[in-house]
Ligand binder design. Structure first.
Ligand code: HAM
Length: 460
C-alpha cells in the first residue's frame, strides 16, 4: 500500500489526532484518517457514523418508522446491487443520475451491476417480481438505507447518503397524493422541523403525451436563445429540455421565467387532478406553493411532483429535504401491469443538518456507573451489573484497576446519572453507596434495594 497524503512524522500524526479529537470531536472521521499515513481514509463522500452522532440518526430513523407504520406502510428491504438496466430503464438513460453518477461495474459473472442510486426502481422491481398486485390491491412500502451517487461531495451532498423512502402502489386518487405530502410534513414535524420552516413546492408533469408536445414548445423557445444557454443546457435541449427549467444559473433562470408553462397546456384531467391535490392539502392544513419550474431529475414521473425544502438552517443549496411524485407508468413500462404509484425519498443527512440540536442531546441516558475498589468488589459487581443490564438499566462497569477518583471522573465523562461505589467495607457491611452525580447526594442501599432505588432516581 502506498503512502497516502498526510503527515509523514508519527509524532505529528498523534498530535494532529489528539488535536482533532479535542478541538473538533465531530469532525468526520475521514478528516482524522487523513492524518494517518498508510491508512486509506474513507472513500470521498462516504462517512463513518459514530456515537454521539449515531444517536441523532437513530432518533430520526425511529420517528420515520413509527410515523410510516401509523400510516399503514410496511418495511421493504432490497439489495444494494441491482442489474444496471433496471436504473437505465426507470430513472432514465439521459438523466444525470444514470449518465454521470452511478457506481457501475462488471461483477465476476461478467454482468453490469450498479449500486442503487435511489430506491423507487428497486421497489418497483420487487413489486413486479413478486406479482404483488395479485396479493393485495394496495401496497404501501417504506425503506431506509444507503444510496450511492458519484456527485461532487459537499455539505448535504454525499456519495453514500441515506434515505427514508416510501412507495404506494395501486391508488390513483388525488387524496393519496395529499395524504402522502401531509404525512411528510407531519413526519418532519415529529423529527423537530416545524411546518413553518418548510416550503412545500408542488407541480404536475401531466401525462407523457401532454409532455411530448410541451417539450417541443420548450425546444422552440430555447432554440431562439441558444446564445444564452450554457453547454449543459444545450445538451439538455436535445435530451430533456424540461431540465433546463431547473437550472441553477441565474441567466438561464431569467430566460426560463418567460418560457411556456406546462400547467397552462395540460389537459382537463391532469389539471383537475392537480387542483384536487391542492384542495385536499389545504383541507389537511398544508400550505403548498406551485412551482412551475419544478421538474425533478428522474424520468419516471407523471402527474403530481413535489419537494419539501428547509427555509431555516444552513443547508445552502442542498436545502431540499425530500422529493417525490407520481409514477403511474413505471410499473407497466418495466413489464408489470398498469398500476398507478406514488412515493417520496427523504435525505437523512439533510434532515440531520436541519435539526439544530447537538447530537449529545439524543444520547441515551447511562443510568449507572459501578466504581469498584479491589478484586472482591469487581467479582461482586460483575453479576450485579449483568442482572441490572438485563432489566434494562443502562450500566457501565469498571473492569480496569483504577483509583476511585479516576473512576468517578470517567462516570462524569460518560454523563452517568448515578455511581455505585463498592469496596471491601461496603461488601462487609452490605451497605452500598449510590451517588447522584448531578446533585452529589448519596443514598445508602442494600443490594436488594438497588434496582428499585435506581428506578426511583433516574427517569428512563
Ligand atoms: P431524489 O430527489 O433524487 O428522489 O432524492 C430524494 C432526496 O434524497 C433528496 O431530496 C435529498 O434529500 C436526498 N439526496 C439525494 N441525493 C443526495 C446526495 N447526493 N447526498 C445527500 N442527500 C441526497 C429520489 O431518490 C426518488 N426515488 C424519490 C421518490 C420515491 N420518488 C418517488 N418515489
Amino acid at each position: 500500500m502506498g503512502t497516502l497524503k498526510g503527515f509523514p512524522n508519527p509524532a505529528m500524526v498523534r498530535h494532529a489526532q489528539r488535536w482533532l479529537s479535542r478541538r473538533a470531536p465531530h469532525a468526520t472521521i475521514s478528516a482524522i484518517n487523513l492524518a494517518v499515513p498508510d491508512l486509506p481514509p474513507t472513500v470521498k463522500g462516504m462517512n463513518d457514523i459514530l456515537p454521539p452522532e449515531v444517536s441523532k440518526w437513530q432518533f430520526v430513523e425511529e420517528k420515520a418508522r413509527s410515523v410510516l407504520e401509523s400510516f399503514a406502510y410496511r418495511e421493504l428491504r432490497t439489495p444494494i446491487l441491482e442489474y444496471t438496466p433496471l436504473f437505465v430503464r426507470s430513472v432514465g438513460e439521459d438523466t444525470e443520475v444514470v449518465e454521470k453518477q452511478m457506481y457501475t461495474f462488471t461483477d465476476r459473472d461478467g454482468q453490469s451491476v450498479s449500486m442503487r442510486p435511489e430506491g423507487t426502481a428497486c421497489a418497483v422491481r420487487a413489486y413486479i417480481v413478486r406479482s404483488q398486485w395479485t396479493r393485495e390491491p394496495v401496497t404501501r412500502w417504506y425503506y431506509l438505507g444507503p444510496m450511492f451517487r458519484h456527485e461532487r461531495a459537499q455539505r448535504g451532498r454525499l456519495r453514500q447518503f441515506h434515505q427514508v423512502g416510501a412507495e404506494v402502489f395501486g391508488l390513483a386518487a388525488p387524496t393519496v397524493d395529499a395524504e402522502l405530502i401531509a404525512m411528510l410534513v407531519a413526519l418532519l414535524a415529529e423529527m423537530g422541523i416545524k411546518s413553518s420552516d418548510l416550503e412545500v413546492a408542488v407541480n404536475t408533469l401531466g401525462e407523457p403525451e401532454e409532455r411530448a408536445s410541451y417539450r417541443e414548445a420548450l425546444r422552440g423557445y430555447f432554440s431562439n436563445h441558444l446564445d444564452k444557454l450554457d453547454e449543459g443546457s444545450r445538451q439538455r435541449l436535445q435530451t430533456n429540455p424540461l431540465r433546463i427549467l431547473d437550472s441553477k444559473d441565474p441567466d438561464i433562470q431569467a430566460l426560463a421565467s418567460n418560457a411556456p408553462v406546462l400547467l397552462d397546456v395540460l389537459g382537463d384531467a391532469s389539471k383537475q387532478h392537480f387542483e384536487a391535490v391542492r384542495g385536499h392539502l389545504s383541507a389537511l392544513g398544508v400550505q403548498s406553493v406551485v412551482d412551475t419550474k419544478l421538474v425533478r431529475g428522474l424520468d419516471y414521473y407523471t402527474g403530481t411532483i413535489f419537494e419539501l425544502k428547509a427555509k431555516a438552517g444552513d443547508l445552502g443549496a442542498q436545502n431540499t429535504l425530500c422529493g417525490g411524485g407520481r409514477y403511474d407508468r413505471l410499473v407497466s413500462s418495466l413489464g408489470g401491469p398498469e398500476v398507478p404509484a406514488i412515493g417520496f425519498g427523504l435525505g437523512i443527512e439533510r434532515v440531520l443538518l436541519a435539526l439544530a440540536e447537538p447530537a449529545e442531546e439524543f444520547e441515551p441516558v447511562l443510568a449507572l456507573f459501578i466504581a469498584v475498589l479491589g478484586e472482591k468488589a469487581q467479582a461482586w459487581a460483575l453479576p450485579v451489573a449483568h442482572r441490572l443490564r438485563l432489566q434494562g438499566v443502562r450500566t457501565e462497569f469498571e473492569h480496569r484497576t483504577a483509583s476511585l477518583k479516576s473512576q468517578l471522573k470517567r462516570a462524569d465523562a460518560l454523563k452517568a446519572r448515578l455511581a455505585l461505589i463498592v469496596g471491601d467495607n461496603e461488601l462487609q457491611s452490605g451497605k452500598l453507596v449510590l451517588r447522584d452525580l448531578a446533585t452529589r447526594q448519596q443514598h445508602e442501599v442494600t443490594e436488594a434495594e438497588l434496582e428499585g432505588k435506581i428506578r426511583q432516581l433516574v427517569d428512563f
